[in-house]
Design a protein around this ligand. Structure first.
Ligand SMILES: [Zn+2]
Length: 260
């Protein structure tokens, strides 16, 4: 047993790209030949390093992996609710708070091998084809969701852009697994179609966040100044984004290779 003080001494903190500050544990190992980072649901980030490695060096290594750590943590956030909540095999209805829409889903058995989904009338989606395959039904609904997002999110982003200033060179809608949005150095902003399950103010916050990256491609204090200028509730919204994955129903959560 090591003394308590030494135990406390092995804790360090790391700033993630999204501004979060997390604690991690350093474990010195005589067997480790190089640093190894591990992210688990229970222990969070643990860094195993060769015994005797300088602490500064450890911090340097961990900082250089901040993006990776953030992505792994987001995966846990995004799947945590799936464990408790049984997957609804075939959703009968769902809401899209971002658009203030409620949808009912109807399933129509048809003699074909594939499954499709289409908007039948306002508020009603028909899923048709081999509908006894619930996996295929969910995939068809995810494609429907991506189409609804492609119709609704780009014009919305353009309205926020006109209001706030920065202008994206291009907009794409994706079904990313761990990101709500991203901004490339080319000026292209990508938005996640699952944003449709979020309240309007959080969708706007994500848009503002990505637009601010057109001015500052980092998470510096200058970046956050821009964000706060464009969204007065930025700090609250930033905090609320942490749990936002829970608003996404399980059927939409699965990444279905939906690159558009
Ligand atoms: Zn960012």
């Amino acid at each position: 047993m090591r003394p308590v003080l030494a135990e406390a001494d092995t804790r360090e903190s790391l700033y993630l790209p999204d501004g979060r500050n997390i604690e991690y544990e350093i474990r010195f190992s005589t067997r480790a030949r190089s640093a190894r980072l591990r992210v688990g649901a229970r222990d969070g980030l643990v860094v195993v390093v060769p015994a005797g490695l300088r602490r500064e060096k450890v911090q340097q290594i961990v900082s250089s992996k901040a993006e990776w750590v953030a992505a792994r943590l987001a995966e846990f956030d995004s799947v945590r609710h799936l464990i408790a909540q049984p997957v609804a095999a075939r959703p009968e209805a769902f809401d899209l708070p971002a658009l203030a829409e409620s949808w009912r889903v109807e399933y129509r058995e048809m003699r074909q091998t594939s499954v499709g989904a289409k908007t039948n009338q306002p508020g009603r989606i028909v899923v048709f084809g081999a509908v006894e395959d619930s996996e295929a039904c969910q995939a068809a609904l995810r494609r429907w969701l991506a189409r609804r997002a492609t119709e609704s999110l780009p014009p919305w982003l353009m309205r926020v852009s006109v209001e706030c200033g920065p202008e994206p060179s291009d907009i794409s809608i994706k079904n990313q697994r761990t990101r709500w949005g991203s901004c490339a150095s080319s000026g292209r902003i990508s938005l996640n179609c699952k944003l449709l399950f979020l309240p309007r103010e959080l969708v706007r916050y994500v848009m503002v966040h990505e637009l601010a990256h057109l001015l500052e491609p980092n998470h510096s204090s200058r970046f956050w100044d821009h964000v706060r200028q464009m969204d007065r509730g930025a700090d609250t919204h930033h905090g609320q984004m942490r749990d936002a994955w829970k608003l996404v129903p399980a059927w939409a959560q699965r990444a279905a290779g939906l690159e558009l």
